[in-house]
Design a protein. Structure first.
Length: 616
RNA sequence: GCCGACGUAGCUCAAUCGGCAGAGCAACGCUCUUGUAAAGCGUAGGUUAUGGGUUCAAUUCCCAUCGUCGGCUCCA
């Protein structure tokens, strides 16, 4: 539930390309790999092996763990099989024939049972009726499969296939079932495409926020403090603070009011809210304070509600918007932690809007507008939105269906009027109400749910919230939970990767570095630095004994937007020689002219470093 | 939590079969006073993640713990 959870959307595979050549190649490569593995481990059991985005995998139950050396052997054997150019032969079999064929393969038997009963297909997806059971055979290997495949193994380019890694995976994705070994591979039409893909993987590694965070001194995670509890170093904390200030200022201009609440609260608070005990598993053990139990807060909403309840409200007060950068703590299993994207303590840019029911749509429009403004300011333009509605069939939601329908309609109307493209996805709602999520696709083509706007009629009821209407009667407000950055930690991780560490000037921890050529230029460099600092810029002087070239290299590595070289000529002219991190040389400029240009770039939150120069 | 890999100086990495723990960068000192991506020389820096075990001898082999990475599961 949520008060906006940081939910991550995994890379989505586009299912509509089943018939494509790449799909066939990858599916066929999976079969060939399974053959090669079974040749090495004749007693091995095979599970499933589908194509996926960028490649394929196959799951095995083997007598021992696979090593990287095994992968090399398997890959070599795959290439031989490919070169033999065995045809793929399709045939249909009855369930009994299939069971006979795979009598030593318990996972296949389970799949066959599923196919026969019309329950689930070989990928575990629901199918409505019994399907034809088919196999594909090449060389001596016959696998249960609906296809399609390439005509023969030789249609695959042996130099465009590569096995990548081994990983554990539960059979049927169920943690109560056996852990299998999954081999991931990638396959393309040409060796060039494979090389491109491998290069993309390398690039992703270079952009990784964990690597850049270290190199740029943004944050550190200390095992002594604890896993999943990041520490912000001065430069990272500065970026974080700038993002907080930007959003808070923007929000206040739009009628939000800042509030601030503590990190713990009585367990009774969460019992009233309904969060406890249903979400016990992701909460930490309660703290005993003089015999009374307190929880580290896993969400901010109950605290905010108590602020609302602390006084009487008139309909004239609504919408009432309270906002806080609130740090919450949630238990994540050790193996799930990852850099800043999955942590145990994180800060939400949380806001709760208390509105009259008839204000819902308009308030939603306002939130959508705010989100789009912030995204645009940060250069995040590749996103889509999703209206999450309740699952019609399951009993996973609470409340009056008519109220749900009203809320969904309000959200859709707001999306329509705002002109944001959206999809409606059943079953994606919070259990207490529908929501609108903003899903951002990053430079590495991964999808992340960033912003979420959720309608809640449940908490107002549980806490018996009221406002006095124009009719002098008490009425129940509707709550909107809203997070824009979501988790500040995750958001900054995404920004670091999006910018590849090169923050726009207004966000750059150091905006300019003065590079004196010789010691005799230090005094002038300090004077210019003082002038820029007085104007509000974040400036450093590199007064090390290094050569100018080394200073430039250091600044480039730190992705500092402006390098201001000062030597005899500049000192005499009252100028700075401006080099941009994008490697453009703007030449010498009077200090005042540089400052005016930089201030303009900063104040406008421009993504570019200078007018007429492209963002980089 | 589960499967697997890994953990050596602040950072990036070496160290043959179990036989004296090393380099580059960074730091510090000295020299050089420099014009758009790394000047030269020197100094210092280590309980090889932590704890235990095997051994004449452990960075190396074994066990446990902590942490990281790739996945799986989970993500209010």
């Amino acid at each position: 539930m949520s008060c906006h959870m940081e939910k991550e959307v995994n890379p989505i595979m586009n299912a509509s390309h089943e018939e494509s050549d790449l799909h066939r190649i990858r599916h066929s490569a999976a079969h060939i790999m399974a053959q090669a593995v079974l040749e090495i481990f004749p007693e091995g059991k095979i599970a499933i092996g589908p194509p996926i985005e960028d490649g394929f995998y196959y799951d095995f139950d083997l007598p021992r763990s696979l090593t990287p050396e095994d992968l090399a052997v398997i890959e070599k054997r795959m290439q031989e099989i490919i070169q033999h150019d065995y045809p793929f032969e399709y045939r249909e079999v009855s369930a009994d024939e299939a069971r006979q064929l795979y009598k030593d393969q318990p996972y296949k038997i389970e799949l066959i049972d599923g196919l026969e009963q019309g329950g689930v297909d070989e990928y575990g997806e629901k199918i409505s009726e019994a399907v034809v059971i088919s196999t594909y055979r090449h060389d001596g290997f016959e696998d249960l499969c609906r296809g399609p495949h390439v005509a023969s193994t030789g249609k695959i380019n042996p130099d465009a296939v590569k096995l990548l890694n081994v990983a554990g995976a539960y059979w049927r994705g169920d943690e109560n079932r056996p852990m299998l070994q999954r081999i991931y591979g990638t396959a393309w039409e040409t060796p060039d495409q494979l090389q491109d893909y491998l290069r993309r993987l390398e690039e992703a590694k270079e952009r990784d926020h964990r690597k850049l965070g270290k190199e740029l001194d943004l944050f550190v995670i200390s095992p002594l403090v604890g896993a999943g509890l990041p520490l912000w170093k001065p430069k990272g904390a500065l970026v974080r603070q700038l993002l907080i200030d930007f959003l808070m200022q923007t929000q206040m201009a739009r009628g939000y009011m800042p509030v601030s609440t503590p990190h713990i609260g009585k367990i009774d608070l969460y019992k009233t809210s309904g969060h406890y005990p249903y979400y016990k598993d992701s909460q930490y053990t309660p703290i005993d304070v003089d015999g009374e139990l307190f929880l580290l807060k896993p969400m901010n909403c109950p605290h905010h509600i108590e602020i609302y309840r602390s006084e009487m409200h008139s309909y004239r007060d609504l919408p009432l918007r309270v906002a806080e950068f609130g740090t919450v703590y949630r238990y994540e299993k050790a193996g799930e932690l990852a850099g800043l994207t999955r942590v145990r303590g994180f800060t939400q840019d949380d806001a709760h809007l208390f509105v009259a029911p008839d204000q819902l749509e308009e308030e939603f429009i306002g939130v959508i507008d705010l989100i789009r403004y912030i995204y645009k300011s940060l250069g995040l333009d590749d996103f889509r939105t999703r209206v999450g509605t309740h699952d019609q069939e399951k009993d996973k939601w609470i409340g009056d269906p008519a109220v749900w329908d009203q809320a969904i309609q309000a959200i859709i109307n707001a999306a329509e009027k705002s002109g944001v493209p959206y999809t409606v996805e059943e079953g994606e709602a919070a259990f207490y109400g529908p929501k609108l999520d903003f899903i951002f696709r990053d430079v590495l083509k991964r999808d992340w749910q960033l912003s979420t706007v959720q309608v809640d009629n449940n908490l107002p009821a549980r806490f018996e919230l009221e406002y006095i209407g124009a009719d002098n009667q008490p009425h129940r407000p509707v709550m909107i939970h809203r997070a824009l950055y979501g988790s500040l930690e995750r958001f900054i991780a995404i920004l670091i990767e999006q910018y590849n560490g090169a923050f726009p000037v207004w966000l750059a921890p150091v905006q300019a570095v003065l590079i004196p050529i010789a010691d005799r230029h230090h005094e002038y460099a300090y004077r210019v630095a003082r002038q820029l600092k007085d104007a509000g810029m974040r400036v450093e002087v590199d007064d090390s004994s290094n050569r100018m070239n080394a200073k430039i290299r250091a600044a480039q590595t730190q992705k500092i937007p402006y390098m201001l070289v000062v030597g005899d000529r500049e000192a005499e002219a009252g100028a700075v020689a401006v080099r941009l991190r994008s490697e453009e040389d703007l030449g010498a400029k009077p200090v005042g002219a540089f400052l005016a240009m930089a201030k303009d770039v900063i104040d406008s939150r421009s993504m570019a470093l200078a007018p007429e120069v492209e963002a980089k």
